[in-house]
Design a protein around this ligand. Structure first.
Ligand SMILES: [Zn+2]
Ligand SMILES: [Zn+2]
Length: 458
């Protein structure tokens, strides 16, 4: 208590320092504190509620109008005004310098020093959500350390809220807007929130507050559905409060974002519905991720084709090869691909590896298969026919005569080495018709499936 009968605490409550604990931390200056509206003759000068200014014995500017998250009057619920309603000049209640330079122009605090218009005649606009403002003001005043709050403390919360606001106004981040149920303002990119007009701030803060609700689930879901990566916060990550930084690093990092099993299976289903193959690359691209441990693990567990599925696809393949038109070598290339597929299933080698085998090696693999098994027996003669058909075709395609015994048996129509690229597409098409959808439609699901003592789960 000093000589004026005012205690330090009372005095503090009347100053911006009362928001230090709750909002911006120790008040060092009034130029660059987060959430503190800049005073001066610029655009962001003081806001006011026209109804508050016309009330009471004497007009005065409320302290909280300096806080950028206060976009509405907590008492009247109207949007705070910025600038003189008549001439548009910025409001600067402490513009003593201005007045000193122009003697005789002294004006009341609630009217424009330039045109003398009363600020209180500004329209009271009831748009936006004053509840958000009330909630934030309560938080700021309570300097809460309530752990139910995103961030744990009110100061950390406000730091995060501001970071999210700034992220929203960044160029490129407008792609978030369609994934949020709120209108988003058109803003000048790269500007600080403290410089925006109250209507813009209200929309931004509303959007950021919506994103922090049910933290971090809603934020992650929204960012992920907008294909938003860590890059959205580029250059800001070191300044982010821990509660936001951790979530951004873990969930928006393209390289190591953790995918859930549900996310993967929904994507597989989604790709199938669109008629696309759910390959690893396609899934990663669809989810905007570069690497996923979950996907790698899941893929190593993916179901291999059963013996029945193999034989079914093989039977279809052989039928197609035998009945393919002979024009444009179609029957011959189909026969070759069918044989590659067969050798791959018998040898445990991928189609591409099979293409490096010599004729002797390939034929040996076919000969050594267990053709005595009842389900294999009926295929034997058909396979002999396939081999003969391909033998003739290869002789026709090969320009060197006689064929080198060590050279790969399977060649392209132009006599060049063959990479089995057509086998993949043919098998996946066939597999789609004859196998259960739980089987990955990849030629690799069939590799080695007809090997002796093959365990389909190993
Ligand atoms: Zn008011
Ligand atoms: Zn004016």
């Amino acid at each position: 208590m000093d000589e004026y009968g005012v205690s330090a605490a009372e005095l503090r409550a009347c100053s911006l320092d009362s928001f230090a604990d709750g909002v911006f931390g120790p008040l060092e200056n009034t130029i660059s504190m987060p959430w503190l509206m800049r005073l001066g003759q610029g655009k962001s000068a003081c806001c006011y509620c026209p109804l508050c200014l016309s009330e009471g014995r004497e007009a005065y500017f409320r302290l909280i109008w300096r806080l950028a998250f206060v976009t509405h009057c907590p008492a009247h619920g109207v949007l705070l005004q910025q600038g003189c309603p008549a001439c548009g000049d910025p409001v600067w209640p402490a513009s003593g310098k201005y007045m000193a330079r122009q003697p005789g122009l002294w004006s009341d605090i609630d009217s424009c020093p330039r045109c003398r218009n009363a600020y209180s005649v500004a329209p009271a606009t009831f748009v936006g959500n004053p509840d958000t403002v009330r909630r934030h003001l309560e938080l700021a005043r309570a300097a809460s350390s309530d752990s139910t709050l995103a961030g744990g403390s009110s100061q950390a919360y406000f730091a995060g809220l501001r970071a999210i606001c700034q992220m929203l106004v960044r160029k490129g981040n407008e792609k978030l807007a369609p994934h949020m149920p709120l209108p988003q303002p058109v803003t000048e990119a790269g500007q600080y929130i403290e410089y925006f007009p109250s209507a813009t701030r209200a929309m931004l803060i509303e959007a950021a507050a919506w994103l922090t609700d049910d933290w971090p689930h809603r934020f992650i879901m929204t960012c992920q559905s907008a294909r938003m990566s860590k890059g959205a916060f580029h250059g800001m990550t070191s300044k982010l409060p821990e509660w936001v930084r951790a979530v951004v690093e873990q969930n928006l990092s393209k390289a190591n974002r953790v995918l859930s099993d549900v996310e993967i299976s929904t994507t597989v289903e989604h790709l199938r519905q669109k008629g696309r193959k759910p390959t690893k690359q396609a899934i990663l691209r669809e989810l905007g991720v570069t690497v996923s441990q979950t996907l790698n693990r899941k893929q190593s567990l993916r179901r291999r084709a059963t013996r029945e599925e193999c034989l079914e696809v093989l039977a279809q393949f052989m039928k197609m090869a035998a009945t393919a038109p002979t024009v444009r070598h179609e029957r011959n290339t189909m026969t070759r691909d069918c044989l590659i597929f067969l050798v791959s299933m018998l040898s445990g080698k991928t189609a591409k590896q099979v293409c490096t085998l010599s004729e002797t090696e390939a034929r040996r693999t076919i000969a050594q298969a267990d053709w005595s098994l009842s389900d294999m027996k009926r295929l034997r003669t058909q396979i002999d026919v396939l081999c003969r058909t391909y033998e003739n075709a290869a002789a026709e395609w090969c320009d060197s005569n006689p064929i080198d015994a060590a050279a790969p048996w399977f060649i392209s129509r132009s006599g060049k080495p063959f990479s089995a690229h057509t086998v993949r597409s043919r098998v996946s098409k066939l597999a789609q018709n004859c196998t259960h959808p739980s089987l990955w439609n990849s030629v690799n699901a069939f590799v080695g499936a007809l090997q002796r003592d093959h365990d389909p789960l190993s």
